[in-house]
Write a new protein. Structure first.
Length: 619
């Protein structure tokens, strides 16, 4: 049967399968294959990142909409505010879209470094919140003061007492230089007892990297009181981890933070008005129903946050806090799709045409050939086991020198064909033995991309991303698939997983192109991507829809060429260019040959590192 690749689990209604292809479930529903082909026909080869701004807006609308609903349902009297954490994706074609499509919500940005702070100061609309997290020196804190003097609504979240002392120092210096006494709002990050679970659980708990202990919180309040700045203490902040898979740890952390907020209010922190719950709102990555990535919905998330803050405030007799979130993965993941062409299927030589049977073959090979010709559903399991047994025997005979390489080749081909036939005839559901056998005959799909550049969280953390072919979706995929990238590194592989199996189609890539889409790659993957083997950021394109529902391809940013990559690594490309040119000019070639060779060299230097594929005929 044909596969929907778990689209109903991870897709959030953003894409749909229509006939043979996967389409954008929006406006006139263009197919990703048509969009990809249009980009390739314009001369762009290799992998491409497709950005869909309408999906950024959809996620922002959903976040603000659910909290607005929860505020109304629970009669909550605080305000809801949100900022996008730039560390999730700092690329301009993304950030510009975030800012543009969120103006109605007064959506802001979060910065964790000086460079990110400059982006936030330049891009955040005046009045929208900016939060500044992470470790900070005097220069970074001074930049926050400059932002405040420029009219920005900025909060410095202190991670340690020394940062607070530096804020006071900078405040005194600015007071001497400027007539007004404007100072950024001050937030304090709590070192929570509560922690999350999973890969990022260390973001919370007493051993976490960031935040003030209870003792330090009290000391910080005393310091601010002594300096006459306690009213500038506006926010407490916590974060228990990215991609919170379960809601339970968050509810525990909310109770802890809510009680800290209420106690600080009662101790005289009259300016304290907000709780920043950080990020961590999870995305569903799974393509398999039994392996869900989260156990809650955005509705449940909003309800729990609002209800618990209201309940604690009522019980403690304090004003309900304004609620801030810094959800980045939830906003960014859905908007980007990586599309990459398959270059080769490595096991396609295992076909009947490749058999080179002799007039007289070893008896076990004759038996294998008989098994292959007569296998059917009633005997498939028996023949499967016989074939595997014969394989071991024949390989032993080869090692002992009793059969030759041609016999070994015939053995491998026949066993592979028998296993494929048997798996197709049998139901593998619930059969671990058959799943293990299927794993042995996985097809290796060589794909024109770098896992290290485009899916670093898979390489580093084992994070799964949904994978869907862009075509042939009306047909049953038969190949147990492993994905190989084009780096010369054995880690550049997405191995076949029998518990979350990826099945792809048996395609002759010499006759037609076959593209794979890697979904939910808009968060972290681009900014964490590394130039392993000097493969650069893929070509990217923004897909925008007009009032009539038609799409246009805009803001195409081509992958860096070879010389640009070397320039990024601080090679003197002028010296490299001169050396390459002089090597040719000093060769024994004729002047005409030298000119032609130089022309070819500079043509190739203008290209990127990804492999060029032959345009397949589509007749």
């Amino acid at each position: 049967m044909k596969s929907n690749y778990g689209l109903s689990i991870w897709g959030s209604g953003n894409f749909d399968i229509e006939g043979d292809t996967i389409v954008v479930n929006y406006a006139n529903r263009p197919s990703l294959l048509d969009i990809t082909q249009e980009i390739r026909n314009s001369g762009y080869k290799g992998p491409v990142i497709l950005r869909f701004p309408h999906l950024i807006k959809k996620q922002i609308d959903l976040l603000f909409g659910e909290f607005s609903r929860a505020f109304e349902e629970f009669e909550y009297r605080g305000s809801f505010n949100a900022v996008f954490p730039l560390k999730v994706n700092q690329f301009p074609n993304f950030v510009n879209e975030v800012v543009e499509c969120s103006r109605e919500y007064n959506y802001g940005l979060e910065a964790g470094s000086k460079a990110e702070l400059i982006i936030a100061m330049a891009k955040t609309p005046i009045g929208a919140p900016i939060t500044v997290n992470g470790f900070k020196d005097k220069e970074m804190i001074a930049l926050c003061f400059i932002a405040t003097k420029s009219g920005h609504n900025i909060t410095i979240t202190i991670e340690g007492l020394n940062e607070l002392k530096t804020i006071i120092e900078v405040h005194k210096e600015f007071t001497k230089s400027f007539s007004d006494a404007l100072i950024p709002s001050i937030g304090m990050r709590i070192r929570m007892h509560s922690s999350g679970i999973g890969v990022w659980s260390k973001s919370g708990g007493y051993s976490s990297k960031f935040g003030l202990t209870s003792t330090e919180l009290l000391i910080a309040c005393d310091i601010l009181r002594e300096e006459g700045l306690l009213e500038q203490f506006k926010m407490i902040h916590f974060h228990i981890g990215s991609q919170m898979e379960e809601i339970g740890p968050l509810k525990k952390a909310l109770r802890e933070a809510g009680n800290i907020y209420a106690d600080l209010k009662k101790r005289g922190a009259k300016g304290l008005e907000s709780i920043n719950i950080g990020g961590g709102l999870a995305v569903e990555y799974s393509q398999v129903a039994k392996n869900h990535s989260r156990n809650y919905s955005i509705k449940e998330f909003a309800n729990d946050v609002v209800f618990l803050m209201k309940e604690i405030s009522k019980n403690k007799g304090v004003k309900e806090p304004n609620i801030y979130t810094e959800s980045g993965r939830f906003i960014a993941s859905h908007h980007a799709v990586l599309v990459a062409p398959v270059l080769e299927l490595f096991s396609q030589e295992y076909n009947e045409k490749s058999l080179a049977l002799k007039e007289k073959n070893p008896p076990l090979i004759e038996e294998l050939y008989d098994l292959y010709r007569s296998i059917e559903k009633t005997n498939a399991r028996e023949y499967l086991h016989d074939a595997i047994d014969h394989l071991e025997s024949l390989l032993t005979l080869f090692d002992l020198g009793y059969i030759d390489l041609e016999d070994r080749s015939n053995t491998e081909i026949l066993v592979n064909l028998i296993i494929k036939k048997a798996i197709a005839l049998l139901d593998t559901k619930g059969r671990e033995d058959l799943k293990q056998i299927e794993d042995k005959i996985q097809e290796k799909y060589l794909v024109n991309f770098s896992i290290f550049q485009s899916l670093p969280d898979f390489w580093g953390l084992g994070q799964h991303f949904p994978i869907v072919p862009l075509s042939h979706l009306s047909k049953t995929p038969t190949q147990a698939a492993a994905i190989w990238d084009i780096t010369c590194d054995s880690d550049g592989e997405i191995a076949y997983n029998a518990h979350a199996p990826l099945k792809l189609h048996d395609i002759n890539v010499e006759e037609e192109e076959y593209f794979l889409g890697f979904f939910l790659v808009g968060a972290y993957q681009e900014v964490l991507g590394m130039k392993h083997n000097l493969f650069t950021h893929p070509t990217e394109a923004t897909i925008r829809f007009d009032k009539n529902g038609d799409y246009s391809i805009e803001s195409i940013l081509e992958a860096q060429n070879l010389m640009d990559i070397l320039d990024d690594l601080d090679y003197d490309i002028g010296v490299i260019d001169k050396r390459l040119k002089s090597n040719i000019e000093e060769s024994s070639l004729s002047d005409d040959e030298k000119e032609r060779l130089l022309g070819k060299l500079y043509l190739y230097l203008s290209e990127n590192s990804y492999l060029k594929t032959i345009q397949a005929s589509r007749g």
